[in-house]
Design a protein around this ligand. Structure first.
Ligand code: URP
Ligand code: ZN
Length: 692
């Protein structure tokens, strides 16, 4: 028996002897009898009490009751193999660069980038038959908390409830005093991204292993083609990089960094054949990835046609380019120049513009990494105007701020350089957290894109050359727990919503991901809300040599992490196997995103006004389509031309004359302005919102 199972069965025995106790600080400190809890809308008897381990349709030779009974008393040789595999751990040699490991016992220390042995399909087969019971914890979903055990088989949750019937020999993870939550989904990462002349140092192996260490069981990365490059080829390149290395599941968003008909065709191919349902357009990074408004509109239109979600990096790249030149000309070459050249309004303007442009074509929009109060306000205004827009923020913006750009240590300041930048206003993290709680923002990613000091130093004399990006994939769950739940801003359900469920819904993988329920993937974090740790680059699992949360003490630790039903973190120790994760296709036409679009299109479709045709005189245009008299580009018309009817007898304007003129002259400049008359109920009804 492995030490883990020994511990687990010992805990199981203890648990049966003891009354459950609960979690201080969450209003649960008194021991309570274990009862089925209530949902927000009231008591749901047996809501989680799925006690049918073997549905006839699910029976396989390995899971027939007869076989299960046999396995209960005598573990199969496969199980034996597996446990020896799980426990045949090798400790990594931190001083060695080889670092080729499979099932390693990772002591908390920094790990160098390495090539890990690939995930073995035979091992996968053994793992798939793994049976696991998470016992005695409190299950937390985005909408309810419930004392319940969770039984897992073949990587899928099979039962949730109390007094479950499980086959003997099932491994037990004792979760007393723990919260059992869906594994985190990080909506925004850039593992090994080729960027600004170098590659992000955390690759799909170190990055996803670090994700697991912190309780994240799925990342969403970006395949970003260079200008002129095929989107489909970029997608395949990212798959080739990721598939052999990922330790947790992953999905891809695809970048649209240039525009042509071919790009539109490839977007269609990606949604139809490759499981891509979101495309990201950059409003910054002028001369490389930036799209102008016209191309942005075309990309939004195409997303809408494909029922895909449009994402934007919202910053005005034109302004940033000018501001950067100005800073350098003033002799500001250090990291503070990065923040000074990208003020909040530059982010807010692009956020608003993206909302307006997307709304004009009726395309649902997702704003990546909202970093500032002003951008969040712009998003909120558009949301309340009826724009279909969702907002993501990142843990860097929730856990730290832009004061670091002014740190006298260049390396420290450069370690925080990312775009949009962290904001210098210390109120920002709290505000963004409040907005996550109330629902103006829905998801949390990290924008994890790490560069070590020597890489950042490419920009030692010019801040515009500092590779942009920071860490976060490992610490996102703990920092959000600390700043959100421990601070009293959100409850554990909301924590689940913003760390996994909302992402699963928006990207159309719910309830496979983002929920603890029968049939969902067994991607689970067993969260210890009491335990604390101090974040440090010296102990983190990421490959980067810097951590923007250095020294922060956080409550909330992923004691166990289960990915595909397999225990990959056990009491804080990471057992990561490269290639164990899977690519998760994200289907287009997500009901949570596109469910409202058709109705909106119908309700808001422009209506033609039926009227009898105009039968009055029409002026003659000359050959160029212009009226005969012009001044510059503005049409000038004589008094006679402007007024088609003569003056009244007293010499006044004939009120039957239109104030609109085909020449372009809209008003008679010679007459004083009249106060405008607001027509509340114009004939034909009012228009509201945009015309989709
Ligand atoms: O600073 C950042 N965010 N670097 C990665 C590229 C991007 O903007 O997403
Ligand atoms: Zn990014």
């Amino acid at each position: 028996m492995s030490s883990g199972s020994r511990r687990a069965s010992q805990f199981q025995q203890e648990r049966e002897d003891e009354a459950p106790q609960w979690i201080p600080g969450l209003g649960m400190d008194k021991p309570r009898p274990r009862t089925l809890g209530t949902s927000f809308f009231g008591y749901v008897p047996d809501a989680f009490a799925e006690k049918t381990p073997y549905l006839p349709s699910e029976r396989t030779p390995a899971t027939t009751p007869g076989k299960a009974d046999k396995e209960a008393t005598a573990p199969s040789s496969e199980q034996g193999d597996q446990s020896s595999s799980l426990n045949g751990q090798r400790e990594m040699d931190a001083s060695s660069d080889e670092g080729v490991v499979t099932e390693e016992l990772v002591v908390p220390r920094r790990v160098r980038p390495m090539v890990a042995e690939p995930w073995d399909d035979n091992t996968a087969e053994v793992s798939a038959q793994n049976r696991l019971l998470i016992k005695g914890g409190r299950v937390v979903n985005d909408d309810m908390m419930q004392d319940a055990d969770v039984y897992i088989e073949d990587g899928v949750i099979k039962q949730v409830g109390l007094n479950l019937h499980t086959p003997g020999g099932t491994r037990v993870v004792e979760a007393k005093g723990h919260l059992v939550m869906p594994g985190g989904i990080d909506t925004h990462t850039h593992m090994q991204l080729p960027f600004m002349g170098t590659f992000a140092v955390d690759d799909f192996y170190t990055g996803t292993r670090a994700a697991l260490a912190g309780g994240t069981t799925m990342i969403m990365d970006f395949a970003i083609p260079q200008r002129g490059e095929s989107l489909v080829e970029a997608y395949h390149r990212w798959r080739t990089w990721a598939d052999p290395k990922v330790c947790c599941d992953y999905a891809l968003h695809v970048g649209v960094t240039w525009w042509s008909d071919k790009v539109a065709e490839e977007m269609e191919e990606l949604t139809d054949q490759h499981g891509i349902n979101s495309f990201k357009m950059f409003m910054a990074y002028k001369d490389t990835w930036q799209l102008g408004d016209e191309d942005l509109m075309k990309a939004f239109k195409t997303c809408k046609e494909l029922c895909a979600l449009a994402q934007v990096h919202a910053e005005n790249g034109d302004i940033i380019k000018e501001n950067s030149k100005k800073m350098l000309s003033l002799g500001i070459t250090g990291p503070e120049g990065h923040e000074l050249s990208r003020p909040e309004e530059v982010e807010a303007e692009a956020t608003n513009r993206a909302c307006v442009l997307a709304n004009q074509v009726g395309c649902p929009l997702y704003i990546c990494k909202v970093m500032s109060k002003s951008a969040a306000a712009a998003l909120g205004q558009n949301l309340r105007r009826g724009t279909l827009v969702w907002g993501e923020t990142i843990v860097a913006a929730l856990g730290t701020d832009g004061s670091h750009y002014y740190n006298p240590c260049w390396q420290h300041a450069a370690g925080h350089v990312m775009s949009p930048p962290l904001r210098n206003d210390p109120r920002t993290p709290n505000l963004l957290m409040e907005l996550l709680n109330v629902g103006d923002l829905q998801t949390t990613g990290t924008d994890n894109c790490t560069f070590s000091a020597s890489q950042k130093a490419i920009g030692k004399d010019d801040f515009t050359k500092i590779p942009n990006g920071v860490n976060g994939v490992e610490d996102r769950m703990s920092v959000i727990w600390e700043k959100g739940v421990v601070s009293g801003k959100m409850d554990p359900c909301r924590f689940v919503a913003v760390t996994s469920t909302n992402a699963a819904k928006i990207f159309n993988i719910y309830p496979k991901k983002g929920r603890i329920a029968v049939g969902s993937d067994a991607d689970i974090v067993v969260w210890n809300p009491h335990a604390t740790r101090v974040i440090s680059a010296k102990t983190h699992h990421q490959a980067v040599d810097f951590n923007i949360f250095e020294g922060m003490e956080v409550h909330g630790i992923a004691d166990y992490v289960i990915c595909h039903g397999r225990v990959v973190v056990e009491e804080g120790e990471v057992r990561a196997v490269s290639g164990m994760g899977k690519f998760v296709p994200t289907p287009a036409n997500c009901p949570h995103v596109y469910g409202r679009v058709q109705e909106r299109d119908r309700v808001n479709s422009p209506q033609k006004v039926e009227r009898s045709p105009y039968d009055g005189p029409v002026i003659q245009l000359n050959g160029q389509g212009r009226s005969p008299v012009q001044e510059g580009n503005i049409m000038a018309v004589s008094q006679e031309t402007f007024y088609t009817r003569g003056p009244t007898r007293s010499g006044g304007v004939n009120l039957h004359d239109s104030s609109f003129h085909v020449s372009g002259a809209q008003v008679n400049d010679k007459s004083p302005k009249r106060p405008s008359v607001k027509v509340n109920n114009p004939p034909g009804g009012r228009t509201s919102g945009s015309f989709w």
